[in-house]
Design a protein around this ligand. Structure first.
Ligand code: SAH
Length: 213
């Protein structure tokens, strides 16, 4: 599968749509304009790759809607060189956006099938995370903490404490919190036990699952 002028044109239209929906971060828009999203999806869905919609990937999961990816990425305010933890690698599309923004990315996925598929795929199009991990995002990744940013790309029924405690001072956690519908929530760590909380409206994610069998 290739990236053609047609794909590039469709991507530019997607970027225009995101600008209309009030995404402003230049780095985020540039990343979305550059990353060949169609390569992250099963071939049957190619025609939909540049619509602003979520789509099914393997293991009953979804690749997030581009607007959601842009919205979460913008909230993180990533600077080149930041160490970032992602929970829910999925297709690796959000991972690629973080890498385009210059982050050093650690990403955890709990579905083995997706972990394997994405670990193989990302390097083939030039995206190298620091580490992709098969594991449980509720625990975070204590051995690599603290993180400048943590992004959760599945709907969390509550905010896992390990994620808050693995944030650097000044660091940002972006997490959709809720059961059927999630409120996009940003925590900024102001001090050891001091967190500022901001809420940004409703989104819908596949659930962040606990105690995988
Ligand atoms: N960022 C992904 C979104 C995938 S959907 C993308 O752009 O494609 C959310 C992902 O979170 C799914 O792949 C799901 O398997 C994963 N997930 C759910 N619960 C998890 C957990 N406890 N730990 C790590 N990953 C989890």
């Amino acid at each position: 599968m290739k990236d053609t002028f047609k794909h590039q044109g469709m991507r530019q239209k997607l970027v225009d749509t995101l600008i209309k929906k009030d995404i402003k971060d230049k780095g985020v828009l540039k990343a979305i304009g550059k990353i060949p999203r169609h390569l992250f999806m099963d071939s049957g869905f190619i025609d939909h790759a540049y619509m602003d919609k979520a789509f099914p990937i393997a293991a009953d999961q979804t690749i997030s809607q581009p607007y959601t990816v842009a919205f979460q990425s913008e909230l993180l305010q990533i600077q080149p060189g930041d160490t970032v933890l992602e929970i829910g690698t999925g297709s690796g599309y959000q991972t690629a956006v973080l890498l385009e923004l210059g982050a050093k990315v650690y990403s955890i996925e709990r579905q083995k099938e997706l972990f394997k598929k994405t670990s193989k795929f990302l390097p083939t199009i030039g995206y190298r995370a620091k580490k992709l991990i098969f594991g449980d995002g509720y625990k975070g990744l204590p051995e690599e903490a603290p993180f400048k940013s943590i992004i959760v790309t599945a709907g969390a029924p509550y905010v896992p404490n390990p994620l808050l405690s693995q944030l650097a001072i000044g660091g940002r956690l972006v997490i959709p919190v809720g059961d059927d519908v999630q409120v996009m929530t940003l925590f900024i760590r102001k001090g050891l036990k001091d967190f500022e909380k901001h809420e940004f409206g409703d989104f819908r994610f596949v659930p962040m699952l606990e105690n995988k069998n």
